[in-house]
Structure formats: structure tokens, C-alpha cells
Design a protein around this ligand. Structure first.
Ligand SMILES: [Zn+2]
Length: 297
């Protein structure tokens, strides 16, 4: 047998084989072999194997259990591909100093505040895609015993169905990057400098949280101000004997009395009697929204 293959391997050019049935001293066919059987072995067997291979591929794609399960998983995955890989922003600054001190976090917070729905939707899609891909990866690993990240490696010894499945694995949707370029161009346009920043989904999520805190705080400020009723104002003035608690003057002495938040609402102060006091307009204006946590207020 080995001899036979050895002989087959020491083949001479085709035209010699085709023109002669025997080429003495060059090819010695085994006993009982003709050129026809030789051709059948060399061409026919591989051809049959190839046909068999394609038949198997077709059978797998039509009825392979794993393959069909994978296709169903791919369909169910339904990534949101409507989000971009990169969102570009540009700001033009009027001085070099401004550029050096440029606060990109502030920039993205302002952008987010301007359009919270759009940012929220993009971030939600990105996070959903990530979640879906994590689940997909786990499902694929369970189904095929391979990690989708290693999908590119189709190994020689993989069973045919796994090999076919690997070629149909979904790739993750790249998470978006928010890119901002801040540029300063000198007045005559001779020199320009730029600084850039990339914010990823996680950083933008933090920005989104900050935005929500700001919104909540604005709402709570409005709420605290709404608690300041005429009735409460009267009660506080009565408690303080209708006098400014700082200078002692009364309305009779020509000042106008206000009710002041000791810890300003803008700094988180509440509209409760302990945080309220009577001040004349002069003292109140002077105080504005100053607050000394340890000192006299
Ligand atoms: Zn006063």
C-alpha cells in the first residue's frame, strides 16, 4: 500500500500519462491498474469527497440543529445599529488660555442638558447592545462550546457544523465614542491649537447622572420655594417679633422685612421654621446667598 502511494506521488507530467499507457522507468502502476483507475483515484475520489462535503454543508444549513439554533439566536439578538460609532463635536475658543483651561466634562454636560432625550436614547441603545451581546456570547458558548470573541479562528479539527456556525457569529456593535475638539485660532489665522477629549459610554453615563441630579435639584429648589406661603411668612415674622434678627429694626423704622433662608435654597436649604428668620431688606440684600457653615449667619 505504501509503495502504491509512493509510486503515485512520483507522478510525471499529465501529457505523458495521457499519451502512453506505460511509461517505462518513470511511473510504475501497481498490478491491475490502468490509467483510467489511476485517474479515478486521483480525480474521482477527491471530487466525490468534495461533492459529499457540499451535500453535508447543505444538509447542515437546512436542518443542522446547532446551525438553526444559532440563526434563531442571531435573529433574536436584534442589535440597535442606528447608533453611530463616533459622535463628533467642535468648539471654537477665543483665547489660548480658554483652550488650556477648557473643561470637556462641562461641555458634555451642557450638550447633554441641551438634548437629554437624544443622549439618553444613544446611551440606552449602547447599553442594550452590550447587554444583548453578553447574553448572546453566553448562549453561543453553551451551544457551540466556543467564545464568540475567538470566532475568527476556525480550526481544522472543528466538526463541520461548528465550523459553519462560527462563520455566522454576530459581531458586537462597537460602543460609541463622543469626541470633542476644542480649537483656538489666532486672530490672523496664522496659528491654531487644539485639544481633544474622548468620552466613552461609561463616562457619558456619569454625565447623564450629573444631569439628572441637576434636574432633581432644580425641581427641589422650586419645590422649596413653593413652600414659602404668606401664612408661613407671617408665622416666622411673628416668632421674631416683627424685627430684623440681625439689626433689630422694624417696619416702623422704614425697613421692609423679608423672611430669609439661613441656608440658601440654592445650597440645599429647606423651607422649615428652623431654617427661616426675619431680616430687613438691607441685611437680606447684603447677605444674599452667602452661608458660613461654622460662623455667624
Ligand atoms: Zn437688618
Amino acid at each position: 500500500m505504501l509503495d502504491m502511494w509512493h509510486n503515485l506521488l512520483s507522478v510525471t507530467p499529465w501529457r505523458d500519462i495521457l499519451s502512453e499507457t506505460e511509461i517505462p522507468g518513470v511511473v510504475t502502476l501497481p498490478d491491475g491498474w490502468t490509467v483510467e483507475t489511476f485517474l479515478l483515484a486521483v480525480v474521482g475520489i477527491p471530487l466525490a469527497l468534495l461533492v459529499l462535503h457540499f451535500v453535508r454543508v447543505i444538509l447542515i444549513t437546512v436542518s443542522g440543529r446547532k446551525y438553526r439554533a444559532l440563526r434563531a439566536m442571531n435573529q433574536a439578538c436584534a442589535f440597535d445599529r442606528g447608533i453611530r460609532e463616533r459622535y463628533e463635536y467642535k468648539v471654537n475658543l477665543t483665547s489660548r488660555k480658554q483652550l488650556e483651561r477648557y473643561d470637556f466634562e462641562r461641555f458634555f454636560l451642557d450638550e447633554y442638558t441641551r438634548n437629554p432625550q437624544a443622549f439618553g436614547a444613544v446611551l440606552e441603545s449602547a447599553l442594550n447592545n452590550e447587554k444583548k451581546y453578553r447574553k448572546y456570547k453566553a448562549d453561543v458558548e453553551q451551544l457551540l462550546g466556543v467564545k464568540p470573541g475567538e470566532a475568527a479562528k476556525v480550526r481544522f479539527f472543528d466538526p463541520l457544523e461548528v465550523k459553519i456556525c462560527k462563520r455566522h457569529l454576530l459581531k458586537p456593535v462597537p460602543p460609541p465614542i463622543f469626541h470633542c475638539t476644542a480649537e483656538y485660532v489666532s486672530p490672523k489665522g496664522k496659528t491654531s491649537s487644539t485639544r481633544t477629549a474622548d468620552f466613552n459610554v461609561k463616562q457619558m453615563e456619569a454625565i447623564g447622572k450629573q444631569y439628572k441630579r441637576n434636574v432633581d435639584f432644580q425641581a427641589s429648589k422650586a419645590y422649596q420655594r413653593s413652600l414659602m406661603t404668606d401664612s408661613l411668612r407671617y408665622d416666622i415674622m411673628k416668632r421674631d417679633n416683627f424685627r430684623c434678627v440681625l439689626c433689630g429694626r422694624t417696619a416702623k423704622e422704614g425697613v421692609k422685612l423679608h423672611v430669609d433662608h439661613i441656608l440658601p435654597v440654592a445650597k440645599g436649604g429647606k423651607t422649615v421654621p428652623e431654617n427661616l428668620r426675619t431680616l430687613c431688606d438691607q441685611c437680606n440684600l447684603g447677605k444674599s446667598d452667602k452661608y458660613d457653615p461654622k460662623g455667624v449667619n
